[in-house]
Ligand binder design. Structure first.
Ligand code: CO
Length: 144
């Protein structure tokens, strides 16, 4: 695959599934010292998100707002924990067909709206060595 030589992938955020944001904030903010960078409800994902500032990247605490949200199902099945790793990429719409052509199993064949005005798509854990990987493209105004 041909990547822009100037491009260096990096972790955009870690998504951590929590039963409640209060519980997550007690640990990460109050005891470990992370500062809250943003708080947002993502209606399409049925989650409330608190983003904790970690320099170039963010830890996102994800609390379900509905029993049928993906995060609620994850918590019911596996309990709290690291839900996904998000990697910042460029030209997400162009990257997805390249990944698909290489046999990487995608959950999204086209980008969809993510938190903070980003565009996102997920790689199935089966296509990413057991990790749910979110690909994130920042747009004007989404930079954290
Ligand atoms: Co995410």
């Amino acid at each position: 695959m041909d990547l822009d030589p100037a491009h260096r992938a990096k972790i955009d955020h870690l998504g951590v599934a929590v039963p409640s944001l209060a519980e997550g904030l007690k640990l990460y903010r109050d005891l470990l010292g992370f500062a809250v960078k943003f708080e947002e409800e993502v209606a399409t994902e049925k989650v409330r998100v608190v983003g904790l500032d970690s320099g170039d990247s963010v830890i996102e605490l994800l609390e379900p707002t509905s029993d049928d949200s993906t995060i609620a199902k994850y918590l019911a099945k596996r309990g709290p924990g690291i839900h996904h790793i998000a990697i910042e990429v460029q030209d997400l719409a162009g990257l997805l067909p390249k990944l698909a052509a290489q046999g990487v199993q995608l959950l999204d064949s086209v980008p969809r709206p993510g938190a903070r005005g980003t565009k996102v798509a997920f790689i199935h854990p089966k296509g990413a060595l057991g990790v749910l990987v979110e690909l994130v493209e920042h747009t004007a105004g989404s930079r954290h």
